[in-house]
Design a protein. Structure first.
Length: 301
């Protein structure tokens, strides 16, 4: 796509920001000074969040989840961005303009702000991610406070109470709370397994009281909850953030659903065999291969 020169001169009647300001094709999609992800957990945890997300109130092509993707948020400073570890937008096309994979998320082009943002704390990012709620040693669990990371415009220096100057963007906290007004902001430290949930109330984030042993947050607008689950994902057993339903059941990934379906089908086949059906009859009724059913018979001997 041929790039345009920005800003585009205004006309009469005035053009919209979508027509006059840079699009995702014009803005950088990565930080050349920060290649790759911080660590493997920052890759796996967002995968699990997306894999277990099931929203009955929205079609799948009207949901977008972003992972470590540049989020351009200020129409007055189009080069400023944040890079959430994971975020959810509902009511927006899955593909950019319904046709293309996104290389970034540009608010003035999309017209829809994120509904949930999740940040995964790293040592030294407490002030950037938690603003006034930052506490000593929150990220590392070492009881030490380290300077905030300087990650290009993602964590640029700030003055005062995290507010922006003309040359310095605000911290993530201020952007999510005051600029984007993200309704739900969740922060998780894999070092301490502490989950902190903040809900936008009266224009400010209010921390929600959670059970420290079994932290869970119900989000009624989504009909889903987010909690801390201990189990195995991609060969790693630990605590993970995961979605659950209104019956407090953890929502499965596609791979887990396939495994569950296979186990149920196997149990049906075993029940039919115990009722006296032949291997051929069971295979025909269940759709299993003759060899699979025969192995079940052999295993019972």
């Amino acid at each position: 796509m041929k790039q345009r020169s920005y800003p585009v001169p205004q006309m009469e009647p005035p053009l919209s920001p979508r027509e006059t300001l840079p699009t995702m094709y014009d803005l950088p999609s990565e930080d050349p000074e920060e290649p790759g992800l911080p660590d493997e957990f920052h890759d796996l945890q967002p995968q699990l969040l997306s894999a277990t997300l099931r929203l009955s109130g929205y079609a799948r092509d009207q949901i977008f989840t972003g992972t470590d993707l540049n989020l351009y948020y200020d129409v007055r400073q189009p080069q400023w961005y944040k890079r959430p570890d994971w975020f959810l937008v509902v009511g927006v096309p899955r593909l950019y303009d319904g046709t293309d994979l996104r290389s970034s998320y540009v608010i003035w082009q999309e017209g829809v702000d994120p509904f949930v943002v999740v940040e995964l704390l790293s040592p030294g990012t407490e002030k950037e991610d938690l603003g006034e709620y930052a506490t000593l040693g929150e990220g590392s669990g070492l009881g030490l406070s380290t300077p905030a990371l300087s990650r290009s415009t993602d964590a640029a220096p700030v003055v005062g109470n995290g507010q922006a100057t003309r040359d310095m963007p605000p911290r993530k906290w201020e952007v999510y709370e005051q600029s984007l007004r993200v309704p739900y902001y969740i922060v998780f430290s894999r070092y301490t397994n502490r989950v902190r949930c903040f809900q936008l109330t009266g224009g400010r984030y209010q921390e929600q009281a959670l059970d420290p042993t079994q932290p869970r947050l119900w989000i009624p607008e989504l009909g889903l909850g987010l909690g801390l689950w201990q189990g195995e994902f991609e060969g790693v057993t630990r605590h993970w953030l995961r979605w659950y339903d209104d019956q407090e059941n953890w929502l499965p990934t596609d791979a887990e659903r396939a495994t569950q379906a296979e186990a149920q089908l196997r149990q049906v086949a075993l029940n039919l065999l115990q009722q006296g059906m032949t291997v051929a009859q069971v295979a025909q009724m269940t759709g299993l291969a003759l060899e699979q059913v025969q192995r079940m018979v052999d295993d019972q001997v």
